[in-house]
Ligand binder design. Structure first.
Ligand SMILES: *Cc1c(COP(=O)(O)O)cnc(C)c1O
Length: 236
């Protein structure tokens, strides 16, 4: 029975992955971009490690989580699958040491103290930790991100921090707002960050509901959860 359930789940995830990859390809075509420029990161929060394993078997290379309490054990269970783990949630400094153990990239760097803590946590490591500055695209508090005017300074600070590599910017479109306007604004902020740190060319933007708009405005990494794994039991 477990096996039949897993087969059904695999077929469901495979079909959803095809749909999302098709949406990405269509959006790239519409924007005259190559699909090679866009990396799909599957957001696995609230879903079990067994789903992560299925994703790896279906060719997914990048997965994301937003809470260390959940991500740490899941990443440990899934070690050896060759996945890159992306941390996309608000990060407290007391969780930094743990996150640095499994994360390939932290997308949610939003304050100087976090930069210092991340840099300390990766000292002595061979591989640099990829970091993105999370930019707030509205005035609403609670979703994380630094005000746009301060993004370039924080980016410079990340680039100068030992053990960290500044990759670019990340944002979440404001709830209920126009994603086109939000991602257009993000593209402007990204250009400013590239002026400060020229090789920081990642734009992590776009989720299940707005990945087309993000790709139209230059997203290089889309973070897709529910369109691939289904609705989450709680708003994670
Ligand atoms: C949950 C989450 C996503 C994925 O959202 P979906 O709407 O399920 O695709 C993307 N980015 C962040 C930061 C998230 O927390």
């Amino acid at each position: 029975m477990i096996h039949a359930g897993q087969e059904r789940r695999r077929a469901e995830i495979a079909a959803n992955l095809d749909l999302v990859r098709g949406r990405i390809a269509d959006a790239c075509l519409a924007a005259a971009r190559s699909p090679d420029e866009v990396t799909l990161i599957v957001v696995t929060k609230t879903f079990p490690a067994s789903d992560v394993r299925l994703l790896a078997e279906l060719g997914v290379l990048d997965v994301a989580e937003n809470r260390d309490q959940e991500a740490g054990p899941k990443a440990a269970t899934c070690a050896g699958l060759g996945l890159r783990w992306h941390f996309v949630g608000q990060l407290q400094t007391n969780k930094v040491k743990s996150v640095a153990r499994y994360a390939h990239a932290v997308h949610s760097v939003d304050r100087p103290r976090l930069v210092e803590a991340l840099s300390r946590a990766v000292q002595g490591r061979e591989r640099e930790l990829s970091c993105l500055v999370q930019v707030s695209l509205d005035a609403a508090p609670g979703r994380g991100g630094i005000p746009r005017g301060a993004a370039a300074d924080l980016a410079r600070q990340v680039a100068a921090a030992p053990g960290l590599r500044l990759r670019g910017v990340m944002a979440v479109a404001p709830l209920g707002g126009d994603p086109d306007a939000a991602f257009s604004l993000l593209a402007t902020v990204a250009a400013g960050v590239r002026e400060a740190v020229p090789d920081a060319d990642w734009i992590s933007a776009g989720m299940s509901g707005d990945l087309e708009a993000a790709i139209a405005h230059g997203a290089t990494h889309v973070r897709v959860g529910s369109a691939i794994l289904g609705p989450r039991p709680t708003t994670g």
